[in-house]
Design a protein around this ligand. Structure first.
Ligand code: ATP
Ligand code: MG
Length: 571
């Protein structure tokens, strides 16, 4: 939670970063529309945890408010009591704060407007623009027609204003069962825009709401609640994703008929990421069926999962800015998100040595019972981070994969009779491979060359490979969790005939139990981040790690495929 104190929130900050939304706002300000005010909102439905797509929308809305000295509200669109939960409300509040944004005293709930929305509906009825339909939902669906065929008029469409008012009041008073009646707008049953074919405004739902309790048994539909909620809050620019483009004429119709403040809706393309699912319904399915360990499982694309995995808030904000704002749907390469955190951690995180799959080494010509302290640089990218001392003695661990008994041609690390440099230490030579009865390598006997101590004047001799290591006696144990993509195809949600769960990567999590870390990591705080030399960036897990049983998450590997793509594009 500490990332935000240091880094100034910069989403949408660079004035060079023009986008079409900013052009619209600039024009509005020039024309003194809304007295030059800019007021946006982020309107989540509390039916799941926020994901990286929401982060994009949060950065955009709060970022625009900041850029234009305006305001941004947080409003929960809580009109569907069946799917909503306070757990989601709390997680959303927590995630937006963590991302570094502040709605001040403007936390709202669409349910706060239920009374006002009811009054608006009464006005539509009185003006002859809405009616109570007693057809069933199936009948209404059938009468709606298709985009090329006009719909049919409901037999209840010409009810009198008085009858409509009476029925609607009775609906509210709880006189009817679920599904007996609905309230519909009276617009046009033959227009090609299906959204305008007498859309539903209210349905009866005898259901407990997490905020209004049992006060209401009729609930507004999202389309009826959304635009009016924006209007009530004095929103100037209602920014939403492209799928709402064909809802805009409906929202405009409502606002015009009610004669109330009219925010400008602007649509932009939602963020899609390769190898990632971004539908809350599908994410819930992964959680409920235990494909993952909760909404914050570090393989999930939720903000809470990225946080737990070790992403910083600033890396997510920077990513949001880099992807920009588009008018057409596209897919962003997951490598760009990874690049964003890698770039930051390269500058900010200390290097340490950790051995994930240990192989014991005995340095036979090194004195028993001796330990010397060697100096290691904390971060070559940041001189101010200084150095530390790491113990070195007769028994060490190296990675199993840094040794090959029969080395292939291009293997320059340790093998029988060959030398390698131990980072910050000495050159060692493998003299003997010790195996158990079944032929497994259990340890290596090596010798070291005392003249080759790193940093010393004599240390002129060069060898081709340098590997990391830890002291066997002084090292500490840890569990390390390696994550890979949760899906093994770039677009797991795109094939309508296939279940996205069929594309789950069975190797997306690997848990290594016997890792050895340099002793300085002993009291690492939850959430601390390090670069394990040659292995990647790692973070102390906030859910399972304890002082007795350290657990690290791999945030991201060191290889930066995005930087390569960029370089290739430039040359
Ligand atoms: P989902 O499809 O994942 O359920 P949603 O749109 O139903 O998402 P909401 O809670 O309604 O979820 O979203 C809140 C806000 O976030 C909306 O304004 C929506 O447009 C925006 N949003 C949701 N998904 C994305 C995305 N992938 N990219 C950008 N903005 C998004
Ligand atoms: Mg939505």
């Amino acid at each position: 939670m500490d990332d935000n104190k240091k880094t100034e929130v910069s989403a949408d900050s660079s004035s060079s970063n023009k986008n079409f939304i900013r052009e619209i706002i600039d024009e509005d300000i020039k024309n003194n529309k809304n007295d030059g005010r800019v007021h946006t909102r982020f309107p989540p439905e509390p039916n799941g945890y926020l994901h990286i797509g929401h982060a994009k929308s949060i950065c955009l809305n709060f970022g625009l408010a900041k850029t234009y000295n305006g305001k941004c509200n947080l409003r929960f669109d809580d009109t569907n009591p069946a799917k909503e939960d306070v757990e989601y409300v709390d997680s959303i509040i927590n995630d937006i704060k963590w991302l570094g944004f502040d709605w001040e005293d403007r936390l709202f709930f669409a349910s706060d407007y239920f009374e006002q929305l009811y009054e608006y509906a009464v006005k539509l009825i009185k003006d002859g623009h809405a009616y109570v339909d007693s057809s069933s939902i199936e009948e209404i669906k059938e009468m709606r027609g298709t985009p090329t065929q006009p719909g049919t008029l409901s037999p209840y469409r010409e009810r009198s204003v008085e009858e409509n008012l009476k029925l609607f009041e009775e609906m509210k008073a709880g006189k009817y069962k679920d599904g007996e009646h609905v309230l519909r707008a009276k617009i046009d049953m033959s227009t090609p825009n299906m959204k305008l074919r007498d859309p539903l405004l209210y349905r009866i739902r005898h259901e407990h709401h997490h905020r209004t309790g049992d006060t209401w048994c009729i609930y507004p539909l999202y389309d009826w609640a959304h635009g009016q909620s924006d209007s009530i809050e004095g929103i100037t620019h209602s920014i939403c994703t492209l799928e709402f483009e064909n809802h805009r004429p409906l929202y405009d119709w409502f606002l015009d008929k009610l004669g109330i403040h009219h925010p400008q809706q602007i649509e932009f393309a939602r963020l899609n990421l390769s190898y990632t699912i971004m539908s809350k319904r599908k994410l819930l399915e992964l959680v409920e069926n235990k494909f993952v360990d909760g909404w914050d499982d570090p393989r999930m694309p939720t903000i809470s999962a990225y946080r737990r995995r070790g992403y910083t808030a600033s890396s997510i904000r920077n990513f949001s800015e880099k992807v920009g704002v588009a008018k057409r749907d596209g897919v962003i390469d997951l490598a760009l998100l990874e690049h964003s955190i890698r770039e930051e951690l390269n500058k900010s995180s200390n290097r340490v040595m950790a051995v994930l799959r240990p192989l014991k080494i005995v340095i036979t010509n090194y004195p028993e019972n001796k330990t010397e302290l060697l100096t290691a640089v904390n971060n070559p990218e940041d001189e101010s981070s200084g150095s530390r001392e790491i113990p070195f003695s007769r028994e060490l661990y190296i990675e199993q994969h840094d040794f090959q008994e029969n080395p292939h041609r291009k293997f320059f690390r340790l093998s029988p009779g060959r030398e390698v440099r131990l980072r910050y230490a000495y050159i060692i030579k493998c003299e003997e491979v010790i195996k158990d009865e079944t032929g497994n390598i259990v340890e290596l006997h090596c010798t070291y060359d005392p003249e080759t101590k790193s940093g010393s004047a004599q240390s002129q001799r060069k060898v081709k490979g340098t590997i990391h290591w830890v002291d066997a006696d002084k090292s500490i144990d840890a569990e390390v969790r390696l994550y890979d993509r949760l899906f093994n195809v770039p677009a797991p949600g795109s094939d309508k005939d296939k279940d996205f769960k069929d594309f789950i990567n069975p190797d997306s999590l690997e848990i290594l139990k016997n890792c050895k870390l340099e002793p300085g990591l002993q009291n690492s705080q939850s959430g601390s981040r390090f670069q394990f030399e040659r292995l990647g960036y790692f973070c102390v897990d906030s859910k399972y790690s304890t002082n007795e049983n350290l657990v690290f998450n791999r945030i991201v590997t060191l290889r930066d495929s995005w930087a390569k793509i960029e370089k290739r594009n430039k040359s």
